[in-house]
Design a binder for this molecule. Structure first.
Ligand code: AHR
Length: 369
């Protein structure tokens, strides 16, 4: 990644929205549609679409300078309006991140009058591979994939290449060669999310204490990078914080709860919990409540920005949340539209994330999902 992430850490949502408008209206053709949409949103879109404060905002300083065009990828140009698009969702829609992500893709397809076919793999990777193959058999001419795992996509990539079906991946990465295997990845800087979560934890604990990490599911870049950013920042800036416990809660509420129940048995005086998504953080709160703990007894920092987690900041149970914005519809369809027209699309589009804490949770609650 070509940027100094510290630039992103301190940027307020309002400033990034302005930056996005500037970028979308100048540098990248891909973003021309976003520019027009940004103007509507600046006026406060009221037609059921996302408001400016909710919409994804591209971080103009991040991402890749490398681009991909239909010509480079060896794919014929197409008009997205006439194409059938396939969307493959990775995880069950009990997590608001997944509900909002799917809704955003469906809403954007509807807005553009694009035919959309969808599948949900319910956290089963073999199922996701067969889902995507099935979407192609049903005639999908362009794909949007929210991958469960980052590796293991070879059968899909080979078939997509043979059938000339361009792939946009969202929220997690597929390990492969940009432009050969997929057009672009759209998502957050997950290492930076981990660093920002560490900053919140260091602040909450005054730089001292014992911390547990509830890891996300294994096998994807999001878990690896959120862990890396958190640990590195703690090591650099808070030598008196010790990570004493690490276990996966599989990105689920039930997982977060049961892992925290074990944690309280082995480390009853734990000072902080870093949960790599809100669902696990909310599960941790349930476990702490069950153990008779009070809000603030254990400092909790999470990632996502769901309504329930932001409400738990207001209630005093969660110290802070680093956002991961799942409203991918507009950018994902912009990417396919530009690519179909033969334009150059950056092979990595990084969005900027807001942050919630006790100072802004009440005001920002309407922007949570
Ligand atoms: O890949 C994004 C992560 O996956 C979200 O943070 C989480 O809620 C989901 O399970």
């Amino acid at each position: 990644m070509a940027t100094d992430p510290s630039d992103r850490a301190g940027r307020s949502p309002r400033r990034t929205a302005t930056v996005f408008a500037a970028v979308s209206c100048t540098a990248l053709t891909l973003l021309a549609a976003s520019c027009a949409r940004g103007e509507d949103e600046a006026a406060g879109e009221q037609d059921g679409g996302d408001t400016a404060a909710q919409a994804q905002v591209l971080d103009e300083a991040a991402g890749s300078d490398e681009t991909c065009s239909a010509e480079q990828a060896g794919i014929e140009e197409f008009d997205l309006k006439d194409a059938k698009v396939g969307f493959s969702q990775s995880e069950a829609e009990s997590n608001p991140f997944r509900i909002t992500e799917t809704a955003s893709i469906e809403k954007e397809a509807g807005k553009r009058g694009v035919e959309l076919i969808t599948a949900n793999a319910q956290s089963d990777f073999a199922q996701q591979i067969s889902d995507v193959q099935d979407l192609m058999s049903q005639g999908a001419e362009a794909l949007i994939i929210a991958p469960l795992n980052s590796d293991g996509w070879e059968p899909v990539l080979a078939e997509a290449e043979r059938k000339q079906v361009p792939i946009v991946t969202i929220d997690r990465q597929i390990n492969g060669d940009a432009c050969d295997d997929y057009v672009t990845f759209i998502g957050s800087d997950f290492v930076e999310q981990g660093r920002r979560a560490a900053d919140q934890m260091i602040e909450a604990l005054g730089g001292k204490g014992e911390v547990a990490v509830l890891l996300g599911a294994a096998g994807n870049n999001v878990t690896t990078e959120r862990t890396k950013g958190f640990k590195e920042r703690v090591e650099e800036n808070a030598p008196d914080i010790e990570i004493v416990f690490e276990q996966t809660g599989e990105f689920t509420r039930e997982g977060g709860q049961s892992v925290t129940e074990q944690l309280i048995q082995s480390n009853p005086d734990i000072d902080g919990i870093y949960a790599e998504n809100d669902e696990m953080g909310i599960g941790a709160v349930t476990a702490l409540r069950g153990a008779g703990k009070q809000p603030g007894d254990v400092e909790i920092v999470t990632v996502d920005g769901t309504e329930e987690a932001v409400q738990l900041i207001i209630d005093g149970w969660i110290h802070g949340v680093v956002e991961s914005n799942p409203r991918f519809g507009p950018l994902a369809f912009d990417a396919h539209e530009s690519f179909g027209k033969g334009e150059e699309v950056p092979v990595e589009l990084i969005i900027s994330d807001r942050e919630y804490d006790a100072d802004n949770a009440e005001e920002e609650l309407p922007n949570a999902y």
